[in-house]
Design a protein around this ligand. Structure first.
Ligand SMILES: NC(=O)c1ccc[n+]([C@@H]2O[C@H](COP(=O)([O-])OP(=O)(O)OC[C@H]3O[C@@H](n4cnc5c(N)ncnc54)[C@H](O)[C@@H]3O)[C@@H](O)[C@H]2O)c1
Length: 275
């Protein structure tokens, strides 16, 4: 089924990880896709794989002009913009307040907030007019860290809580013209990087270790793949399925909110034997 036939959708951070899986799925569902990413190689790869169905813009989500160029590229190539997906982000590799050097607080706070929060706000501003014209929507990638502690350190967790506020406020300000929703994935094995201000820009995300230990902390027992998260974005982008949704955030994290208090994170362990 092609639920996004003839839609034009822009995705930030679409060259890798979750964003890449979302781009692939949007195309499968019939959409044409713009990507704003700082990876020139990633944008070029997407353009050569999908030809005229993808238009890449190499840029930084912290720069308003880069967001404007990416929006204009979609409108010029595809004639309109139906949905803007803010997704580019970085992590803080769980650094705690105790371990954060005082002289790095300012810079690292700014770097995390500029990419994870200001970047989404820049995209929203740049996409306002075409989204109002198409009566379209915005979708933002949150995280389990938008709701619970320990999905990152104090910097990442506060940025993702701020994204929850951004979604609610924009949903209010832009109704009834533009719907604004969020997807809050749990841990995913990707290339998620850290801030350069803490020398974490080349660290390898511990995805395999998380996967190996997932049954110990995820109620649904394993880490979903990036592709398994992509359907949530299709749901929120689809004009048919998403008519009543604005200001909603889908906790799409394997069940962290129902983990319970004991050491075993699943109430249903042994269930099949008991039936
Ligand atoms: N990996 C996880 O466990 C996890 C869990 C929950 C939420 N998330 C969120 O998912 C989103 C995507 O992350 P991912 O895990 O796919 O990581 P990723 O690093 O694989 O992909 C992020 C993409 O964003 C791009 N990017 C980063 N900073 C940018 C900037 N300043 N300007 C332009 N492009 C930039 C990167 O080049 C990359 O292509 C992020 O918002 C992240 O917080 C990730």
């Amino acid at each position: 089924m092609s639920r996004l036939e003839n839609q034009s959708i822009l995705v930030t951070g679409g060259a890798s990880g979750l964003g890449l899986a979302v781009v692939e799925r949007l195309i499968e569902e019939g959409a044409s896709v713009g990507v704003l990413d700082r990876s020139a190689e990633g944008c070029a790869d997407l353009e050569s794989r999908f030809e005229d169905r993808v238009i890449g813009t190499v840029g930084d989500v912290r720069e308003y002009e880069d967001n404007e160029r990416a929006v204009a590229a979609c409108v010029d190539r595809f004639g309109k913009l139906d949905c803007a997906i803010g997704n580019a982000g970085i992590w803080d590799y769980n650094i705690t307040l105790v371990d954060l050097p005082a002289d790095k607080l300012n810079q690292s706070f700014s770097e995390l907030f500029d990419i994870n929060v200001l970047g989404y706000l820049m995209l929203s501003k740049a996409a306002l007019k075409p989204l109002a014209q198409s009566q379209g929507s915005m979708i933002f990638t949150v995280s389990n860290a938008g709701f619970w502690p320990s999905g990152g350190g104090v910097l990442y967790t506060t940025t993702k809580h701020a994204v929850v506020g951004l979604i609610k406020q924009l949903a209010f300000e832009l109704a009834p013209h533009i719907r604004v929703n969020g997807v809050a994935p749990g841990a995913i094995s990707t290339q998620l990087k850290g801030p350069a201000s803490l020398d974490m820009q080349d660290l390898e995300f511990p995805g395999s270790a998380m996967e190996a230990g997932a049954s110990g902390f995820v109620p649904l027992s394993r880490l979903p793949t990036p592709a398994e998260y992509a359907g949530a974005y299709v749901f929120f982008a689809s004009r048919e399925d998403n008519v009543p949704a604005t200001g909603s955030i889908l906790n799409h994290d394997g069940g962290f909110g129902v983990r319970g208090l004991g050491p075993v994170p699943r109430g249903g362990d042994g269930l099949l034997k008991k039936l």
